[in-house]
Design a protein around this ligand. Structure first.
Ligand SMILES: [Zn+2]
Length: 89
């Protein structure tokens, strides 16, 4: 499932930090500071994980870098789909 998400400033900052912690790097220039793509499509995995598209600001490369969040990380960021979310246990 993919959806458009407008990220808030604090979500933006936290995603950058998580990307650094996970060691995400640009395929083109190797920069380790990708930023969330504006108007990127967030994808929910069936297992509860969430994928956020990132891009490189250093080289403006076309490559999209996928940041995969665990269900807990997505939850903490408030990125789980609002309404019709995962069924309660
Ligand atoms: Zn780059």
């Amino acid at each position: 499932m993919a959806r458009k998400e407008r990220l808030t400033g604090s979500q933006d900052r936290r995603l950058k930090r998580i990307a650094r912690e996970k060691g995400l790097a640009c395929f083109d220039c190797g920069s380790s500071e990708p930023v969330p793509k504006k108007e990127g499509e967030i994808r929910d995995y069936p297992d509860g994980g969430t994928e956020v598209p990132m891009r490189c600001e250093a080289c403006e490369g076309a490559s999209e870098i996928a940041l995969v969040l665990s269900p807990e990380e997505a939850e903490a960021l408030g990125l789980h789909s609002l309404g019709g979310g995962p069924e309660a246990p």
